[in-house]
Design a protein around this ligand. Structure first.
Ligand code: SF4
Ligand code: SF4
Length: 327
């Protein structure tokens, strides 16, 4: 079936599905393994080097992962696991692992939506009350109709499945048309800003005024959750719950405060330790910008809301920082 041509004459309201997962005290972003069936030019892992990263990969059976995550449940209760990889669906036995660990935790899986066979297996084996999917559309690698059909398959089986598109300079021109084609099929296409180099320029700072205008036109609003990081706001010194209410688990099991604080010597724990202990309080952010918007899980609700809806932030108390009196 070609869903785009079938519904082109009859537009349907586009829909960004609300998360139905309950709020959890602890959110963990889990890099399940460093492997992907794509090689996107804008991918952090492609520039970091897949072969080097793959040395951290830890392959366990669904039963073994069940034991690890059941132990985490005993210590921290039900968590929300944000599963990325590379591409999680390339992890051996991925569907069985998810069917097992959703006995204790909820999962939100970021996928490139390419593995049609595994997605069919997923929708029959996993309960949509405990699993949601963020599907990133990579037009340089995939076919629009294949991707869309997989998103619609997930939705048909009751899963919250949203679509994201990266405002990478080389794929800006295609954005309006893809947005229209998704909308014709009832799917809202969310935009994410690109962080990184392109043609020796540093993005998102290098977006031209025309590109910024185009991005805002495609988003459909001047300011809102999707425009965060179009004009990045400095966060250095801001007290952040990364490490306490949010953390990153890498493929070797090591836990870090967040994705930007992942140097070996910054590890705060391991999921394989019998007693997993995270930080007890928030701590100042040591970097300039929260590139991957992890503040959405790590900050207090009001500040997170202010950042997402108004793209602003309470000023960090520079004087206290200078005096070293911030906790
Ligand atoms: S699909 Fe995602 S993980 Fe895979 S290469 Fe592209 S950006 Fe990287
Ligand atoms: S604000 Fe963002 S980058 Fe800074 S510590 Fe928190 S999660 Fe990490």
């Amino acid at each position: 079936m070609n869903p785009t041509s079938e519904s082109a004459s009859q537009p349907v309201p586009q829909m960004n599905m609300e998360s139905k997962l309950p709020k959890r005290r602890l959110v963990l972003a889990w890099d399940m393994h460093y492997n992907c069936n794509y090689r996107c030019p804008y991918c952090f892992y492609t520039s970091a080097g897949w072969a080097e990263l793959a040395k951290k990969n830890t392959y366990k059976s669904p039963q073994e992962w069940g034991e690890v995550w059941e132990r985490m449940h005993a210590r921290h209760g039900s968590c929300q696991l944000r599963i990325t990889a590379g591409e999680p669906f390339t992890y051996p036995g991925f569907v069985e692992v998810i069917a097992t660990i959703t006995r204790w935790h909820d999962v939100q899986v970021t996928t490139n939506g390419s593995r049609t066979d595994s997605l069919h297996k997923f929708v029959t084996a996993v309960d949509p009350a405990h699993a949601e999917l963020d599907c990133t559309f990579h037009p340089l690698n995939t076919d629009f109709d294949l991707f869309l059909n997989n998103v619609l398959l997930l939705r048909k089986h009751g899963f919250t499945a949203n679509v994201c598109y990266l405002a990478y300079p080389a794929q800006l021109a295609g954005m309006p048309d893809f947005k229209r084609r998704f909308a014709q099929n009832g799917v809202h296409m969310n935009l994410a800003m690109y962080w990184g180099a392109y043609q020796a320029k540093d993005y998102p700072f290098a977006y031209s005024s025309e590109e910024r205008l185009l991005i805002k036109e495609v988003i459909g609003q001047e300011i809102g959750p999707e425009t965060v990081n179009l004009e990045p706001i400095p966060v250095r010194g801001k007290i952040c719950g990364a490490g306490q209410r949010y953390a990153v688990v890498q493929a070797d099991g090591k836990i870090y405060r967040c994705g930007q604080l992942c140097h070996e010597d910054q590890s705060i724990a391991s999921i394989f330790a019998p007693e997993v202990k995270l930080l007890e309080t928030g701590r100042p952010c040591p970097v300039d910008y929260c590139r991957c918007k992890e503040f959405q899980s790590a900050w207090e609700d009001d500040e997170k809301k202010m950042m997402l809806q108004e793209n602003r932030l309470q000023p960090v108390d520079a004087q206290k920082l200078a005096l070293g009196t911030m906790p």
